[in-house]
Design a protein around this ligand. Structure first.
Ligand SMILES: O=C(O)/C=C/c1cccc(O)c1O
Ligand SMILES: [Fe+2]
Length: 315
């Protein structure tokens, strides 16, 4: 067994809006480094923690997290549409292991997932069907949010399972950091939008296009300082990266959902994927951060960050 980790912000606006000069090249260089990290580690299995944004998981039944025994990408924002390569028997064993640990897990044998789960594996692995992958949905946009401790315990239970395997496991956390994109919200939306938040699966091409354009327009307006969304918060983001790098997942427990919304925006809860990923990695022993990147990118509505790490036995 050996474990390596990549946590990376996603943003569906990559490729749709252009950041300030030089920034795109900087991110491309980061992505090249990450692909090199993957090639060097040569994973035999991927565990991918990521959120959804009301493309697969809706308020008709919204779990705090869900192990996917089967999953497909829905293809929003031109991300890959199609099946993840999920090793079903291994995914079942993971679900049983996590349940045995007392973590109240949900499972799906036919999960639908959007850019939140698809973009990072697509960019770094060449597709969601290239490696055997255990996708884990972690709710990062739909209140209520369980205490962060529960996400840490989920990650630790997953990590304990991975430690018992004879595999080289790449653990991915997708999402965050501070950001407040125009994802629909129950608290502020109309009855018509409530209907979408309950039963909005499989929108028409026109409805998907309208939603996508709204996000693009918000990104452009945000970059001009004209959007009515929360500011990015680089101080909060860097403090969170410090906690991730500290090697002490117990420190995640201090994060409170209402404070996070207040200081880092409605989608800052996507860092839950990072919390699960780092908590899993730590079960394999002390880890060392290899790469760290951060830049606030308003055109992409993203406090855009990355950490990679390996357990010290990997060195
Ligand atoms: O679903 C959308 O319309 C927007 C999603 C988004 C935008 C910016 C950063 C993110 O992490 C997102 O998920
Ligand atoms: Fe997101």
């Amino acid at each position: 067994m050996s474990l390596a980790l990549i946590c990376l912000s996603h943003t569906p606006l990559m490729g749709f809006t252009e950041p300030a000069p030089g920034v795109r090249a900087e991110v491309e260089a980061l992505l090249d480094r990450l692909r090199g990290f993957v090639a060097e580690f040569d994973p035999t299995l991927v565990v991918s923690f990521g959120p959804d944004h009301y493309n697969g998981f809706f308020y008709d039944l919204m779990p705090p997290f869900c192990l996917c025994l089967g999953a497909r990408g829905v293809g929003d924002f031109d991300t890959q549409e199609g099946d993840f390569q999920v090793p079903e028997e291994l995914a079942s064993q993971l679900a049983q292991h996590v349940a045995d640990r007392g973590v109240d897990i949900a499972i799906s044998r036919a999960a639908e997932l959007d850019h939140g789960a698809v973009q990072v594996p697509e960019l770094l692995l060449g597709g969601i069907d290239r490696f055997p992958t255990l996708p884990v949905f972690v709710n990062g946009v739909a209140p209520p949010f369980v205490p962060m401790q529960r996400i840490r315990l989920l990650g630790e239970a997953v990590g304990d399972f991975l430690v018992g395997l004879d595999e080289r496991v790449l653990v991915i956390g997708s999402g965050g950091l501070s950001h407040d994109p125009p994802v629909p919200r129950w608290a502020s939306d109309t009855p018509q939008q409530h209907e979408f938040l309950l039963r909005g699966r499989h929108p028409t091409a026109q409805a998907r296009q309208t939603r996508q354009q709204r996000t693009i327009d918000t990104g452009l307006a945000f970059a001009r300082g004209e959007a009515e969304i929360a500011d990015l918060n680089p101080d909060w983001d860097n403090a969170f990266l410090d906690v991730c790098a500290s090697g002490d997942p117990g420190r995640f427990d201090a994060y409170r959902a209402d404070e996070m919304t207040e200081v880092a925006g409605n989608s800052a809860h996507e860092v839950r994927s990072w919390v699960a990923a780092f908590s899993a990695l730590r079960r394999a022993g002390a880890y060392r951060v290899v790469d760290r990147y951060y830049r606030a990118i308003p055109e992409w509505i993203a406090g855009f960050g990355c950490l990679t790490a390996t357990t010290e036995s990997e060195e």
